[in-house]
Structures are given as C-alpha cells and as structure tokens.
Design a protein around this ligand. Sequence first.
Ligand SMILES: [Zn+2]
Length: 411
Amino acid sequence: MTGRSARGNNLDTVRQHNLSAVLGLVHRTGPLSRSQLTRETGLNRSTIAALVGELVELGLVLESEPGANNRVGRPSPVVGAHPGVVALAINPEIDAVTVGVVGLDGVVQHRVRYAAEIPTALEAVAISKAVIDGLRPQLKASSRVIGVGVAVPGLVREADGVVRLAPHLAWLDEPFAQQLHEAIGLPVSAANDANLGANAERIFGAGREVTDLVYLNGGASGIGAGVIVGGTPLAGFSGYAGEFGHTLVNSAGVRCHCGAIGCLETEVNQRSLLKVLGLDSADADELDRALAAAGAAGGSAGGAGSASGAVAAEIERQLGFLAVAVRNATNVFNPQLIVLGGFLGALITAAPGRLQELVSGTALKASGESLRIARAELGSRLLMVGAAELAFAPLLADPASGDVRVGGTVH
Ligand SMILES: [Zn+2]
C-alpha cells in the first residue's frame, strides 16, 4: 500500500463501509430497490448506483426486474444477494452430521443429514468430506463457495476453531476447524451452535429488530444458549459465554455430566419428553406433530385429565424448571425477547402462555415487564443459516477484499 495517500485510504475505508452496508442489507432483508437502498442507508442515489454496480461486478448481487411476487407498484429493478455465492454449513451432533449449502440470499439450497452414532471428530471430518464430494456436481455448476461454518454442540475457541469440550460427542481439545480445512481445502470457522442460532434468529428470525435477546435451544444432546446484548453477541473472554444449560434450576436434582447438581439440561431434556410420548427420536417438526397427536397442543390444563395426562404433566414439570432459567436470564440481562428453539419451542407451543405466566410470577417486575417469549422461527434451517453466517462474515465485512475466497470453486 506504499504510495497511497491518507486521503485514498480514507476513501477506501468509506467505500468498504458502504459496500458492506449495501450487501449486508440485501443479505438480511432480501431484494430491495435502489430507492429503498437509498432510504435505508442514507446514501445518495448516485452513490448507491455506483455501489450496486461494483457489487454486480464482484458477482455478489443480482439486479433484476421485480417479479409477480415483489411489491406492487415498484417498477424499478430490485437488488438481491447472489444465490450462487454460497457457504457450506456443518453441524456434527450425537446422532448425525448435517451438511448444508446456504446461499448469500439466506436460502438453504441443499441439506444432507448423514446418520452417525456419536461420531468422533475424525469421523465427522470424513463424513463432511464425503457429503461435500457428493454435492460437488451441483456446486460446480452454479456456485462459488466462500467457506465453511461449523455449528458445534460444545465449547469452541473461536479464534482457531478448536473444540475445547463437546461433552455429548466426547470431543476434548479437537482442532476440528483445522482438520476439516486440511480435508476439504476451504476456509473453515467454527463456533458454539447456540451462539450461532441466537445470531441467526436475530438476523433472520424471531429476533429481527431486537437488540437484546436470550436464545435457548433444546437439542438431543442438551440445552445451549446464546445472549445478545445491545445488538452484539455475548462471547465472553474466549467464546464460552451463555452456558445456561449448566445453571442451577433444582438443588434437589440429579448430577449432571459437568459434575454439578440440578443443571437446567438434566431437568429439562428431550429424552424425557420423547419417553412419555413413546418415541425414540424426533426432530422439532416431528415432536410438534407427536405433541399435537397426544392432545397436548390445546394447553397443559386442558390435557391434564385426559389420556395425554402423562404428557401434560411432563410438559408442566419441564416448563417449571425452564421458567427458573428464564427468570434468571430475565433478571440478569433484562432482555426484550426470549427465543426458544428445538424441543423447547415445541414445549411452549404445547402449552401456550404457560411459560410467560410462570416467569411473570417470579421475575423482577421491572426486568420482566417488557419481556416477550417467542418460538424460534428458522426451524430446521436454523443451524445451517447460523453456521453459514459465520462463513459469510468476512465477505460481508469487506465485500471487495482480495482475501475473501470469492470464486474459490470446489474442484
Ligand atoms: Zn451441568
């Protein structure tokens, strides 16, 4: 960069900031007209025209005539994130490794769930590589792969993607991001699944326009959480913040694998819910159907005396302990919104209003009076979108950067 004037560098900084603002907007909100972009960014029309032109040239956005599904009465072309720019998303879990292809427009284009019983880190790498190899024909035809994001059910050192501890996978200090990078030759970033889920819900789901939220996700291997404070994900010193699954909700409870007694995830768990429903396994959608079929969908009180009494009692028991954790989160973080994902979302759908009632009765009035509790909206897309966001982050921050592997097609 020698020979560049300070003025030139400042202009570059402004340009980078503006490119990032426009690309980020269409990425988060979907296609927008130039006049909408002008309004949203506060930039003038000619600046927007130049920025859109540059993003088109970089192959990051598409400008097209609005179709029948776009807003009526807007004849100007709309600018949308290019769906051919994709990230790979990977989520190793205790029963499967899921690999997805997610477009810069937020659409999950492919999702492959490869069943595997508690995969080791090396097995998860091998499965990911095999699935990605299987997807190469589709990727080669139309896509430019930016990189890989991994959502890990455990503590991840975000700086280098080392999984410090994924207790249910029995992974300890696994350099997973590095191993995966060596296997597939793309940049890889990894982070805690719930932190990624919280961020995805804030950008694309129930938390849009919300600055302060606590996200709790119930998965097969436990409860993860992510906290967003003032619009910023709370990472903690090394990326381990937000472990609500291991906060105390029952001092007379059972011992958790972490060594403590009465953790949230030992009292509130999918296994007990499945057991009372007579199921071995279920994803969130299947769980909803099972709860509805058990007659629990009309509310816990209504189901208490029926054949689904055992299901209703289990829902009430789990909601009681969940309410303790939500009360603590409310008193500590004063969030606008609590977002519940996975089987926790199924729990609140099965007993509408009950969790809010339990929390309102116990949280500090001032902390809880503006609190809303909502179900996560992204469903089975959540961790794919969340992990992809991790991979897209460098591109979104600096769309014109040569460091970003745009055009790095999979060979
Ligand atoms: Zn614990």
